[in-house]
Design a protein around this ligand. Structure first.
Ligand code: KG4
Ligand code: ZN
Length: 378
């Protein structure tokens, strides 16, 4: 992946992501489906143009991370306001880079949940406005389905069925992707999501926000065996995750050290915590592949960009004859190209949403009834 980055006056980082230096060529086919996709569920405003679910013509991300860093986490009100300011510029840039206009696209897709309601509403309103003004089909996409679909962009040959480990700031799911858009959830977190645990522990050890990448970096200088942290097993639900006990164990260690006037190595705590998380994630994922009989494992979501997780899964997959699929880090964190990919497979199934589509902050994964609320019949 090639990333062109610039920092704007307000501190927002503008990125244009390309698979390589070359422009995607017109393939001459007359049955192409070109989708303009929009994503605004958290602190990234993003727009992309995706052809046939796998070819990215443009991928624009406007990242607000720097604005939220001073507060130690995402401030929903600030995020919504920035989305309003940035969304049109992102859409324009995505179309310009793809050398297309709104008239050239076949459909407009948008993340309509889960996420921060005020943030989601910005993308949803923009997509509905384009759909209405240009009379283009509208497709709502589940954010996590988008994350999973990032794999279809990176790995042009990947097709369902496969197992996918989805680990983001709000979700930790182990799913069987039975077909495009068809998921069976076999495990999920009982408390904190993996990314949430990274963020909370990073704050506790003084690394700040965003926690995941900072722990990832600090851990490279630390000893992963310096401390032994608990890895929760849930009796009767062996594919579920629980990270709150691990987080408490780190907090206890820090408090004890403080009381005893001991200095703790930030890098050692980061490395030991990270080891505990990635071993659980990898252990569950590999066991799921073996027990459910799949030889393909994909990863998705912000935490999937974690170096230690990628390395461990690479090793474990090789040892167990499992093909390992992982999107480039920039396709693991929030972006709109992944939304355009997920939307394509829905589009092909005939899914169309009505203009009554609304943001659904707690939209469940895999629940087609609730997912398609607001869908039109044509
Ligand atoms: O998927 P994402 O960009 O947004 C959500 O849908 O939540 O994931 C963000 C999460 C944050 O918790 C962030 O700390 C975590 O992904 N993350 C990482 C890494 N990069 C991002 N966690 C561990 N290691 C990383 N390198
Ligand atoms: Zn996400």
């Amino acid at each position: 992946m090639k990333i062109d980055k610039s920092v704007e006056n307000d501190g927002v980082i503008f990125m244009s992501i390309k698979e390589n230096d070359e422009k995607v060529q017109d393939n001459g086919a007359d049955d192409n489906v070109t989708i303009l996709a929009i994503e605004s569920s958290c602190d990234e405003t993003a727009a992309a143009v995706v052809r046939n679910g796998r070819e990215v013509l443009s991928n624009i991300i406007s990242s607000q991370i720097a604005l939220h860093t001073v507060y130690g986490g995402v401030v929903p009100e600030i995020a919504s306001r920035k989305h309003v300011e940035k969304i049109n510029g992102c859409i324009r840039a995505a179309l310009a880079e793809a050398e297309l206009t709104l008239d050239d696209i076949d459909a407009v897709a948008v993340t309509y949940g889960p996420g921060l309601v005020g943030a989601l509403l910005v993308g949803v309103s923009a997509a509905k406005a384009i759909s209405f003004a240009k009379n283009k089909p509208l497709i709502g996409v589940h954010h996590i389905e988008g994350h999973i679909s990032a794999n279809f962009i990176e790995h042009k040959d990947l097709e369902p069925p496969f197992v996918c480990l989805v680990v983001s700031g709000g979700h930790s799911h182990l799913v069987v992707v039975k077909d495009y858009g068809e998921y069976e959830i076999i495990g999920q977190t009982r408390d904190d999501a993996a990314g949430e645990a990274f963020d909370k522990v990073a704050r506790a050890i003084g690394l700040g926000y965003p926690g995941g990448p900072k722990i990832d970096k600090a851990a490279r200088e630390g000893n992963p065996d310096a401390f032994s942290f608990p890895q929760a097993k849930i009796p009767g639900a062996e594919y579920d995750f629980s990270f709150s006990g691990l987080k408490s164990a780190v907090l206890n260690l820090i408090n004890q050290a403080k009381m005893q006037g001991q200095e703790l190595s930030q890098a050692d705590v980061a490395a030991s915590f990270q080891k505990a998380v990635v071993e659980v994630l990898s252990g569950h994922a590999i066991r799921a592949c073996k027990e459910y009989g799949y030889n393909k494992l994909a990863i998705a979501g912000g935490v999937a960009s974690n170096t230690a997780l990628r390395e461990l899964l690479e090793k474990e997959c090789a040892a167990n004859d499992i093909e390992f699929y992982r999107p480039s880090p920039v396709l693991c964190t929030d972006n709109a190209a992944m939304i355009g990919s997920a939307a394509y497979f829905e589009y092909k199934k005939g899914v169309r949403f009505g203009l009554d589509m609304n943001a659904v902050p707690n939209l469940p994964l895999g629940d087609r009834e609730r997912r398609y609320h607001g869908r039109s019949s044509n």
